[in-house]
Design a protein around this ligand. Structure first.
Ligand code: KIV
Length: 275
Protein backbone atom coordinates (compact mmCIF):
# COMPACT_ATOMS: atom_id res chain seq x y z
CA UNK A 1 0.00 0.00 0.00
CA UNK A 2 1.33 3.45 -0.93
CA UNK A 3 2.35 5.57 2.07
CA UNK A 4 0.81 9.04 1.93
CA UNK A 5 0.49 12.01 4.27
CA UNK A 6 -2.89 10.53 5.25
CA UNK A 7 -1.51 7.07 6.19
CA UNK A 8 1.47 8.64 8.00
CA UNK A 9 -0.85 10.94 9.96
CA UNK A 10 -3.01 7.91 10.86
CA UNK A 11 0.08 6.05 12.11
CA UNK A 12 0.78 8.93 14.52
CA UNK A 13 -2.79 8.83 15.85
CA UNK A 14 -2.53 5.04 16.31
CA UNK A 15 0.93 5.30 17.99
CA UNK A 16 2.43 3.13 15.26
CA UNK A 17 6.08 4.08 14.60
CA UNK A 18 7.11 4.70 11.01
CA UNK A 19 10.52 4.53 9.35
CA UNK A 20 12.36 6.80 6.92
CA UNK A 21 15.75 6.18 5.32
CA UNK A 22 17.79 8.09 2.77
CA UNK A 23 18.33 6.85 -0.80
CA UNK A 24 19.95 8.61 -3.72
CA UNK A 25 19.67 6.21 -6.68
CA UNK A 26 17.29 3.73 -8.37
CA UNK A 27 18.86 0.48 -7.12
CA UNK A 28 19.09 1.52 -3.48
CA UNK A 29 15.59 3.02 -3.52
CA UNK A 30 14.21 -0.29 -4.85
CA UNK A 31 15.93 -2.22 -2.03
CA UNK A 32 14.65 0.24 0.63
CA UNK A 33 11.12 0.18 -0.83
CA UNK A 34 11.03 -3.62 -1.05
CA UNK A 35 12.32 -3.85 2.54
CA UNK A 36 9.22 -1.91 3.60
CA UNK A 37 10.33 1.55 4.76
CA UNK A 38 7.45 4.04 4.97
CA UNK A 39 9.41 7.05 3.69
CA UNK A 40 12.47 7.61 1.55
CA UNK A 41 14.42 10.86 1.86
CA UNK A 42 16.56 12.12 -0.99
CA UNK A 43 18.59 14.17 1.45
CA UNK A 44 21.05 16.86 0.51
CA UNK A 45 23.39 14.65 2.57
CA UNK A 46 24.05 13.26 -0.92
CA UNK A 47 26.59 16.08 -1.12
CA UNK A 48 28.75 14.08 1.29
CA UNK A 49 27.64 10.49 0.76
CA UNK A 50 27.44 10.49 -3.06
CA UNK A 51 29.45 13.47 -4.24
CA UNK A 52 32.27 13.58 -1.67
CA UNK A 53 31.82 17.21 -0.52
CA UNK A 54 32.61 18.06 3.11
CA UNK A 55 29.14 19.53 3.75
CA UNK A 56 25.77 20.06 2.02
CA UNK A 57 26.34 23.66 0.88
CA UNK A 58 27.52 22.97 -2.69
CA UNK A 59 24.54 20.76 -3.59
CA UNK A 60 22.49 22.23 -6.46
CA UNK A 61 18.88 21.96 -7.64
CA UNK A 62 20.15 19.95 -10.63
CA UNK A 63 21.84 17.45 -8.25
CA UNK A 64 18.63 17.05 -6.24
CA UNK A 65 16.40 16.65 -9.30
CA UNK A 66 18.78 14.11 -10.89
CA UNK A 67 18.90 11.91 -7.77
CA UNK A 68 15.23 12.38 -6.83
CA UNK A 69 14.02 11.29 -10.28
CA UNK A 70 16.20 8.15 -10.10
CA UNK A 71 14.90 7.31 -6.62
CA UNK A 72 11.31 7.91 -7.74
CA UNK A 73 11.76 5.33 -10.51
CA UNK A 74 12.76 2.74 -7.88
CA UNK A 75 10.04 3.60 -5.36
CA UNK A 76 6.54 2.13 -5.35
CA UNK A 77 5.18 2.28 -1.81
CA UNK A 78 7.36 4.62 0.21
CA UNK A 79 6.46 8.33 0.54
CA UNK A 80 9.24 10.23 -1.25
CA UNK A 81 10.59 13.41 0.35
CA UNK A 82 13.27 15.45 -1.42
CA UNK A 83 15.45 18.13 0.18
CA UNK A 84 15.47 21.69 -1.05
CA UNK A 85 19.20 22.48 -1.35
CA UNK A 86 21.00 25.47 0.18
CA UNK A 87 19.90 28.80 -1.40
CA UNK A 88 16.99 27.25 -3.33
CA UNK A 89 14.44 28.73 -0.86
CA UNK A 90 16.28 31.09 1.52
CA UNK A 91 16.49 33.78 -1.19
CA UNK A 92 12.73 34.48 -1.51
CA UNK A 93 9.24 33.03 -1.19
CA UNK A 94 9.03 33.09 -4.99
CA UNK A 95 12.23 31.02 -5.38
CA UNK A 96 10.93 28.61 -2.74
CA UNK A 97 7.70 27.93 -4.67
CA UNK A 98 9.42 27.66 -8.07
CA UNK A 99 12.12 25.28 -6.80
CA UNK A 100 9.68 23.18 -4.75
CA UNK A 101 7.63 22.86 -7.94
CA UNK A 102 10.70 21.64 -9.87
CA UNK A 103 11.39 18.95 -7.26
CA UNK A 104 7.81 17.72 -7.67
CA UNK A 105 7.60 17.99 -11.49
CA UNK A 106 11.11 16.93 -12.48
CA UNK A 107 12.21 15.05 -9.33
CA UNK A 108 8.82 13.29 -8.89
CA UNK A 109 8.90 13.85 -5.11
CA UNK A 110 5.77 13.48 -2.95
CA UNK A 111 6.93 16.30 -0.64
CA UNK A 112 9.82 18.71 -0.23
CA UNK A 113 11.88 19.30 2.92
CA UNK A 114 13.42 22.57 4.00
CA UNK A 115 15.52 23.54 7.00
CA UNK A 116 14.69 26.33 9.45
CA UNK A 117 12.23 27.67 12.02
CA UNK A 118 9.51 30.33 12.18
CA UNK A 119 11.43 32.60 9.78
CA UNK A 120 10.32 30.23 6.99
CA UNK A 121 6.58 30.39 7.76
CA UNK A 122 5.85 32.56 4.65
CA UNK A 123 7.78 30.12 2.43
CA UNK A 124 5.92 27.09 3.81
CA UNK A 125 2.55 28.83 3.51
CA UNK A 126 3.24 29.68 -0.14
CA UNK A 127 4.54 26.21 -1.05
CA UNK A 128 1.60 24.43 0.61
CA UNK A 129 -0.81 26.83 -1.15
CA UNK A 130 0.64 25.42 -4.38
CA UNK A 131 -0.50 21.95 -3.15
CA UNK A 132 3.03 20.82 -2.40
CA UNK A 133 3.43 19.06 0.97
CA UNK A 134 6.32 20.47 3.04
CA UNK A 135 8.38 18.64 5.65
CA UNK A 136 10.13 21.12 7.97
CA UNK A 137 13.54 20.40 9.56
CA UNK A 138 14.57 21.95 12.90
CA UNK A 139 17.29 21.47 15.51
CA UNK A 140 20.67 20.86 13.91
CA UNK A 141 20.10 22.09 10.38
CA UNK A 142 23.26 21.22 8.42
CA UNK A 143 22.81 24.04 5.86
CA UNK A 144 23.45 26.45 8.78
CA UNK A 145 26.70 24.76 9.84
CA UNK A 146 28.66 28.01 9.42
CA UNK A 147 26.09 30.05 11.38
CA UNK A 148 26.10 27.43 14.19
CA UNK A 149 29.90 27.19 14.27
CA UNK A 150 29.84 23.40 13.86
CA UNK A 151 27.54 20.40 14.25
CA UNK A 152 26.10 20.68 17.78
CA UNK A 153 23.10 19.39 19.75
CA UNK A 154 20.39 22.10 19.71
CA UNK A 155 17.79 23.26 22.28
CA UNK A 156 19.78 22.49 25.42
CA UNK A 157 19.12 25.66 27.46
CA UNK A 158 15.74 27.13 28.40
CA UNK A 159 15.65 29.83 25.72
CA UNK A 160 16.77 27.45 22.96
CA UNK A 161 14.32 24.74 24.06
CA UNK A 162 11.41 27.25 24.11
CA UNK A 163 12.43 28.52 20.67
CA UNK A 164 12.44 25.00 19.21
CA UNK A 165 8.97 24.30 20.64
CA UNK A 166 7.65 27.65 19.31
CA UNK A 167 9.27 27.03 15.91
CA UNK A 168 7.68 23.58 15.69
CA UNK A 169 4.22 24.99 16.48
CA UNK A 170 4.65 27.85 13.98
CA UNK A 171 5.74 25.45 11.23
CA UNK A 172 2.74 23.20 11.88
CA UNK A 173 0.41 26.23 11.79
CA UNK A 174 2.03 27.30 8.49
CA UNK A 175 1.01 23.98 6.94
CA UNK A 176 4.03 21.68 7.33
CA UNK A 177 2.89 18.05 7.07
CA UNK A 178 5.77 16.63 9.15
CA UNK A 179 8.78 17.89 11.09
CA UNK A 180 12.27 16.41 11.19
CA UNK A 181 14.11 17.06 14.46
CA UNK A 182 17.87 16.56 14.28
CA UNK A 183 20.13 16.41 17.35
CA UNK A 184 17.50 17.54 19.85
CA UNK A 185 17.53 16.27 23.47
CA UNK A 186 15.20 13.25 23.77
CA UNK A 187 12.96 14.75 26.50
CA UNK A 188 12.43 17.95 24.48
CA UNK A 189 11.68 15.96 21.30
CA UNK A 190 9.09 13.96 23.26
CA UNK A 191 7.30 17.15 24.38
CA UNK A 192 7.35 18.59 20.85
CA UNK A 193 5.98 15.29 19.49
CA UNK A 194 3.14 15.37 22.05
CA UNK A 195 2.34 19.04 21.38
CA UNK A 196 2.06 18.64 17.60
CA UNK A 197 -0.69 16.90 15.70
CA UNK A 198 1.59 16.28 12.66
CA UNK A 199 4.17 13.44 12.76
CA UNK A 200 7.71 14.15 13.97
CA UNK A 201 10.70 12.36 12.46
CA UNK A 202 13.76 12.08 14.71
CA UNK A 203 17.45 11.75 13.96
CA UNK A 204 19.37 12.00 17.22
CA UNK A 205 16.11 13.04 18.90
CA UNK A 206 15.31 9.99 21.05
CA UNK A 207 12.74 7.20 20.84
CA UNK A 208 9.53 9.20 21.28
CA UNK A 209 9.37 10.79 17.85
CA UNK A 210 6.67 9.34 15.61
CA UNK A 211 9.25 8.21 13.04
CA UNK A 212 13.03 7.72 12.80
CA UNK A 213 15.33 8.61 9.92
CA UNK A 214 18.93 7.56 9.27
CA UNK A 215 21.36 8.02 6.39
CA UNK A 216 21.66 4.55 4.85
CA UNK A 217 25.44 4.60 4.52
CA UNK A 218 25.59 5.21 8.31
CA UNK A 219 23.23 2.40 9.33
CA UNK A 220 24.89 -0.02 6.90
CA UNK A 221 28.49 1.00 7.80
CA UNK A 222 29.35 2.06 4.24
CA UNK A 223 30.53 5.61 4.75
CA UNK A 224 33.45 5.14 7.18
CA UNK A 225 35.11 7.91 9.13
CA UNK A 226 33.17 9.73 11.85
CA UNK A 227 30.09 7.96 13.28
CA UNK A 228 27.63 10.32 15.03
CA UNK A 229 26.44 9.26 18.53
CA UNK A 230 22.86 8.77 17.29
CA UNK A 231 23.80 6.24 14.60
CA UNK A 232 23.37 2.51 15.17
CA UNK A 233 25.03 0.18 12.68
CA UNK A 234 22.44 -2.47 11.77
CA UNK A 235 24.56 -4.37 9.21
CA UNK A 236 28.14 -4.14 7.90
CA UNK A 237 27.35 -3.84 4.20
CA UNK A 238 30.66 -2.00 3.69
CA UNK A 239 32.57 -5.13 4.77
CA UNK A 240 30.39 -7.39 2.58
CA UNK A 241 31.04 -5.14 -0.45
CA UNK A 242 34.80 -4.97 0.18
CA UNK A 243 34.97 -8.78 0.53
CA UNK A 244 32.95 -9.25 -2.68
CA UNK A 245 35.23 -6.91 -4.65
CA UNK A 246 38.36 -8.60 -3.26
CA UNK A 247 37.04 -12.03 -4.31
CA UNK A 248 36.32 -10.67 -7.84
CA UNK A 249 39.90 -9.32 -8.07
CA UNK A 250 41.35 -12.61 -6.73
CA UNK A 251 39.43 -14.86 -9.14
CA UNK A 252 40.01 -12.63 -12.16
CA UNK A 253 43.76 -12.57 -11.52
CA UNK A 254 43.80 -16.36 -10.96
CA UNK A 255 41.79 -16.96 -14.17
CA UNK A 256 38.94 -18.81 -12.42
CA UNK A 257 36.51 -16.06 -13.43
CA UNK A 258 34.84 -16.07 -15.92
CA UNK A 259 34.14 -19.83 -15.77
CA UNK A 260 32.39 -21.89 -18.46
CA UNK A 261 28.91 -21.00 -17.18
CA UNK A 262 29.64 -17.28 -17.70
CA UNK A 263 30.68 -17.70 -21.37
CA UNK A 264 28.62 -17.57 -24.61
CA UNK A 265 28.94 -20.49 -27.05
CA UNK A 266 29.56 -20.53 -30.81
CA UNK A 267 29.49 -23.46 -33.20
CA UNK A 268 33.02 -24.88 -33.90
CA UNK A 269 32.26 -24.87 -37.67
CA UNK A 270 32.10 -21.07 -37.53
CA UNK A 271 35.40 -20.85 -35.68
CA UNK A 272 37.12 -23.19 -38.19
CA UNK A 273 36.18 -20.87 -41.05
CA UNK A 274 38.05 -17.99 -39.38
CA UNK A 275 41.51 -19.58 -39.98
O1 KIV B 1 20.03 15.34 4.17
C1 KIV B 1 19.68 14.44 4.96
O2 KIV B 1 20.00 13.26 4.82
C2 KIV B 1 18.85 14.85 6.10
C3 KIV B 1 18.68 13.85 7.20
C4 KIV B 1 19.91 13.81 8.01
C5 KIV B 1 17.46 14.14 8.01
O3 KIV B 1 18.38 15.94 6.12
Amino acid sequence: MKNTIVTLQKSKLEHEKTVMVTAYDYTTAKIMDEAGVNMILVGDSLGMTMLGYEDTLSVTMEDMIHHSAAVARGTKEAFLVTDMPFMSYQTSVYDAVVNAGRLMKEGRANAVKLEGGAEFVPHIEAITKASIPVVAHIGLTPQSVNAFGGFKVQGKDEAAAKKLLEDAKALEAAGACMIVMECVPAKLAKIITQELSIPTIGIGAGPDCDAQVLVYQDLLAMYGGFKPKFVKVFADAGAVMREGIKAYIRETKKGTFPAEEHCFKIDDSVIEKLY
